[in-house]
Design a protein around this ligand. Sequence first.
Ligand code: HEC
Ligand code: HEC
Ligand code: HEC
Length: 132
Amino acid sequence: MNRTPWIISSVTIFAIVVLGPFVINTATGHLLKGVEGPNPTAAVSGDECLRSADEMRSHHMNYLHSVMDSMKHMWAAGIDMGEASIETDFSFDKCQECHPTRGDFCDRCHDFVGVAPKCWECHDYPQTAADL
Ligand code: HEC
Ligand code: HEC
Ligand code: HEC
């Protein structure tokens, strides 16, 4: 009887079960702590973010998306933006007060994980200091 396939699949299962979590932790650890990998905090000024760093890391995209979604609802409802400006500290202008350029901060993470937000077609967020 040929036992090779059995041995190969055991090795594969061992690798996934035992090494998988380690590989995943290492990868996300680097990204999430911002210590190695993209190191986005190299391009930050100000004392504190809008929320805790953990909260921002995990949820900044949700906050930003929900503001844009609210805008779309208001447009759909025909509400004049001038009269009904949304009370929010989550605006791209706000981000730029402390994270002045996208390329030195936002994009470092986004490039690292392969996300390319389609927001910059309409929103102006300077990519490099030369664009400021
Ligand atoms: C087709 C054009 C368009 C695209 C694409 C777009 N937006 Fe907007 N967004 C607008 C307009 C117009 C406003 C209202 C005017 C303003 O305040 O800039 C707005 C307002 C906002 C605001 C509040 C004000 C500000 O300028 O920050 C946020 C936050 C926002 N959008 C987030 C997003 C996010 C996140 C994306 C990408 C996922 C996105 N938008 C993509 C057109 C766009
Ligand atoms: C008043 C200044 C300030 C504003 C405004 C601000 N930030 Fe921050 N942000 C910081 C600082 C300082 C840190 C680093 C915090 C830390 O490491 O404890 C940070 C950290 C972050 C992180 C985590 C980075 C990492 O290393 O993991 C993200 C993501 C982030 N900000 C996104 C945003 C977005 C998106 C906006 C706009 C909606 C924004 N910030 C607005 C100051 C600011
Ligand atoms: C610590 C790393 C990190 C930093 C710093 C960071 N982002 Fe992100 N961002 C991510 C990750 C990871 C995702 C993808 C999450 C997903 O796909 O679920 C994301 C997603 C987004 C999205 C939604 C993408 C989409 O296609 O709609 C927006 C908008 C966004 N980030 C804006 C910003 C802005 C603006 C900044 C800088 C002020 C910033 N981010 C800084 C890690 C980061």
